[in-house]
Design a protein around this ligand. Sequence first.
Ligand SMILES: [Zn+2]
Length: 420
Amino acid sequence: MDDSSILSGPVGQSGKGSHIPRGGVRRATPGAGDREDGASVGGSLGIYAKTDSAHLTVDQRTGEITAGLPVDPRLSRCERFALKSVVNRLLPTSRTSKCMRWRVPNQSLQVLKSKEHNKAFYTGLQVCASVWACPVCAAKISERRRAELNTALALAKAREWDVFMLTLTVPHGLGDDLPALLKQIHAAWRSTTTSRAGQKLRKLLGIRGTIRALEVTHGQNGFHPHLHVLLFLDQGFSPQSVHHAFSPLWQQACERAGLPRPSDEHGCRVDDGTYAAAYASKWGLESELTKSHSKKGHNGSRTPWDFLRAVLDKSEGWEQSAILFRSYADAFKGKRQLYWSNGLRDLLAMGEQASDDEIAAVQEDKALMLADLTDEQWRAILRTKSESIVLDMAETHPEALSVLLASILERAKKLAIGSG
Ligand SMILES: [Zn+2]
């Protein structure tokens, strides 16, 4: 299968980077299959970098990483833009493909730097606010949501409530239709909240509220959508008793939704407050992982970002990963990622929740303008895939930004000559 049959999007922007972001980051060697004209999608990492691996703790059932995440903000940003460039081609007509590339009409495109956090960013670009498909927006949105989760946990603790984590899975197989499976899981969850038995149980256990997260991994049995639910409880029950009570409720709910009945040992798990806190603190950080980490462990299970990494890397089976990412993005489009039960925010005095769009559009007020970019400069930055390097330079050596921009223009011109 050749590239074009899978990746129908526009090609281009595959410049071989000559800039190394900073010390300790080595440039990946372009693959043998690379083409100068930029038609290769998965092969060239160009300026995007790799890191060494680290020790990770992986949840054996969901395949998620629960501890040991390497967090290097600058490196992560570099990879996010790299993964984003894959999405641009996999989903060429989506809002995400325009995100961080297309200008907002009648607005200047600038490089700004937050005075408070020394963090550089662009202003004047369209943003898609997709938590599912956009590595750039997902990171920004989950950073905010993660902070909120941690606040909620702290406030619950101050009230001497328990916060347990309920993980709900359903039996699934390779041939399952993902959109149908998502609908059924949602219906099953709804019935645990609306059925008479469910409401009775909530009262009995003292469930004051829940925060439900929809997540998905992909393994030997295909897509594995599942729910993590933070339970806010005030009656002092143990995780074991909560499990004992919730497990049959989930089994019934699944059957009612037309799903196979989960077994006693699978289907429902309840973890204590420590686990819930660890979950909240790593929320959304999957997108921060670098490729070399995601290849290892995971119990053979992958996240949607891993599909993008496989395409970027052209690693074995990358064509399949491209197809999987598309069907995943299609199925999850518009789905709520994180849902706070009604009234919980009020109980915790946390105020209104901002929407994904609002969070994605937020910019820091106290920011310094470092560069006002022309159309030509921006096109050159895109063409040479220098989005993250420009920001790195703005953070570390703002005085050299103009020199960097000039060299990017030069490189873009050479690339244009090379491919034309
Ligand atoms: Zn986006």
